[in-house]
Design a protein around this ligand. Sequence first.
Ligand SMILES: Nc1nc2c(ncn2[C@@H]2O[C@H](COP(=O)(O)OP(=O)(O)OP(=O)(O)O)[C@@H](O)[C@H]2O)c(=O)[nH]1
Ligand SMILES: [Mg+2]
Length: 307
Amino acid sequence: MLTGDTRAIARAISLIEDEAPAAADVIRAIFPRTGHAYLIGVTGPPGAGKSTLVDRLTAETRAAGETVGVIAVDPTSPFTGGAILGDRLRMQAHAADPDVFIRSMATRGHLGGLARATIDVAAVLDAAGKSLVVIETVGVGQDEVDIVRSADISIVILVPGAGDDVQALKAGIMEIADIFVVNKADRDGADRAVTSIESNLALQAFADGEWRPPIVKTEATTGRGIPELWQTIQRFRTHSAGVHERRLQARNEFRLRELLTERLMDHIEHRVLSPGEFDDLVRRIASREVDPYTAAADVLRRTLNRG
Ligand SMILES: Nc1nc2c(ncn2[C@@H]2O[C@H](COP(=O)(O)OP(=O)(O)OP(=O)(O)O)[C@@H](O)[C@H]2O)c(=O)[nH]1
Ligand SMILES: [Mg+2]
C-alpha cells in the first residue's frame, strides 16, 4: 500500500469502511508516514456539479504533476445508485492512470463516525503517496460540513438560480468556504449568484492581510475556469502556510475527540449498561421518571466506579 499499489489501497480502505478491528492497526502502522498530502474539501448542494468539477480538477492537477486521491462521500439516498454509476464513469476517465485513486464511501453504517472514517481513508491515500486528496461531500449534514471543515482547504460550490440555496446554506456552509465556486456558469444568473455571495461576504469583517474567500466561476462540463480554480487553490495554500498549523491542530483535536466519544459511548453501552438499559433510560426520561442530568450522572458514576 505504501508503494501506491491500487489493490492494496482498496483493501485498506475496505477495512476502514467495514470498521474492522484491523483498521485501527492499519492507521497505527501508517500514521508516521502521513501528513504530506494536501487535503481539499469540496462541498455544495446535490447536483451542483461537484463530481464533474472534481474530475476536471483531477486532470488539471495531474497535468501539474500532482498525484491524486478522491474520496466521494455519498449520502445514503435513493440516488446513490446514480452516484455510483457516475463514479464508475469517472473512474473510467482515469482508469489508465495509476496515480489517481477514486473511491466512493457510503454514509450508511458510519453513524457518528463518518468524519473519522473519511479522515482515516484520507490518511491511507496520504501514506500511499498521493500528493492531493480531494474529499467530495454533499453539504447537507453536520457530518459533511465537519469533514470539509477539517480539510486543508474548503471549497464551496454553488450554482446560478440558487438564491434560496445561498440562503439555506448560509447557516453551516458559507462560513467554512476558503474559495467559492459558482459552477454551471453557462447558465443564466451566474453573475447574480456571484453578487449574492459578494454581499454575503460584505457582512463579514476581514482583518488586514486575512484571506477573503475569492469567487471563481466554472463550467465543469467543459472545463472552463478550472485552471483559475487550481491557481486560486495554490494561492490559498501559499497564503495560509503560516496559519496552517492551527488547521491541523483543529483537525487532530476533532479526530481525538470523536474517537474518544465513540470509544467511551461504546464502552458505556456494552460494558457498563446491561442490554436494553440505554433504551430503557431514554424511555424513563421521556416519561419524566428521571431527568437527563441525573441519568447521565448516574451512568458516569457507574462507569468511573468500574475503573
Ligand atoms: N450546464 C452545466 N451542467 C453541469 C455543469 N457541471 C455539471 N453539470 C451537470 O450537472 C449534473 C450533476 O453533476 P454532478 O457532477 O453529478 O453533480 P454532483 O454535485 O456531484 O451531484 P451529487 O453528487 O449527486 O450531489 C450532471 O448532469 C452534470 O453534467 C456545468 O458547468 N454546466
Ligand atoms: Mg457527486
